[in-house]
Design a protein around this ligand. Structure first.
Ligand SMILES: [Ca+2]
Ligand SMILES: [Ca+2]
Length: 300
């Protein structure tokens, strides 16, 4: 077990300054293109697994797994053996902005009545680490939990929660038999890290940019599962933390979980890392330059 993590001070919990807002290479892996046992879906995952360029250029245009067809936007999805679909990457700036441009209706969910806008927070967007310039394929950051949840619903998906498509229990975040994000990250409970059990510093140590900022989603192929059935899902470790449908209560100040670590965080990346206990407290209304999200889908 690699439990050498040294808790990072709460300095990582960047306050936005507003009272209501807190702010490998898989080619070395076991996959074999000549393995006749790989079906067409697995072949597609294999291709994404061994070709980093494809992960970037092809990954965003690759069709979703057949089981995951139907959503109207966002990243292509992978169907996992646990019976649900998950976005292959974090939701990008261009994907989120396309939804915003469609004029989504006001958020009326009980937990999100505080949420007056889906626009990324202006103060947050001016903070260090937020992409400037050509950012279309970077993860969308500076959005609160309610923005993330509304986006997922808006494109016909859900913010990742339990394996059954409900909100995940606050305490089940480390259980791959109950928590969808954890099932994806741990390859159904096989591994401590997305990529296996042996620590790979390339997937930590401020992944991907040593604390400087985000990177285009899916850029690095090393930080994905070596199991073909779970491969092709990128950046579960690092790039940005990801909002999860796992909250302590229904109020704006109630805590919600974020998963996987972000570019500011060295040494993180255990799939079952408990950010609430060990690093920082994040509330439903919080925004931050290193928090984004991805969505799930639960086929009938
Ligand atoms: Ca908002
Ligand atoms: Ca991530």
């Amino acid at each position: 077990m690699h439990r050498s993590f040294v808790p990072i001070a709460l300095v990582l919990a960047v306050a936005v300054g507003c009272a209501s807002q807190d702010a490998g290479n898989a080619a070395d892996g076991p996959l074999d293109a000549t393995d006749a046992s790989l079906d067409a879906t697995a072949d597609a995952r294999y291709e994404a697994a061994i070709l980093p360029e494809a992960a970037v250029d092809d990954g965003l245009v690759r069709p979703s797994s057949p089981e995951c067809e139907g959503p109207d936007g966002g990243p292509p999805m992978a169907y996992l053996p646990d019976g649900f679909c998950i976005d292959r990457t974090e939701v990008t700036v261009s994907q989120y902005d396309a939804w915003l441009a469609s004029g989504p209706p006001t958020d009326t969910s009980p937990a999100c009545q505080f949420n007056e806008t889906f626009e990324p927070n202006d103060i947050c967007m001016d903070m260090a680490g937020v992409c400037e310039g050509d950012c279309d394929d970077h993860p969308r950051v500076c959005v609160d939990w309610c923005d993330a949840s509304a986006y997922c619903k808006g494109v016909g998906k859900q913010l990742c929660g339990s394996l059954r498509g409900e909100a995940a229990s606050w305490t089940d975040f480390g259980d791959p038999g109950k928590d969808a994000w954890q099932a994806a990250c741990s390859s159904g409970g096989q591994f401590q890290f997305t990529y296996g059990d042996d620590h790979d510093s390339a997937c930590h140590d401020g992944y991907p940019t040593g604390g400087q900022g985000t990177e285009e989603v899916g850029t690095r192929a090393s930080c994905q599962s070596p199991d073909p059935a779970y491969a092709g899902v990128f950046d579960l470790t690092g790039n940005v933390w990801e909002w999860e449908d796992a909250c302590e209560g229904t109020g704006p100040h109630d805590r919600c979980r974020m998963r996987g670590g972000g570019f500011r965080d060295p040494h993180l990346g255990y799939c079952d890392f408990d950010q609430v206990t060990e690093t920082r407290l994040i509330h439903r209304e919080s925004v931050n330059p290193d928090i984004g999200f991805r969505c799930c889908l639960y086929p009938d």
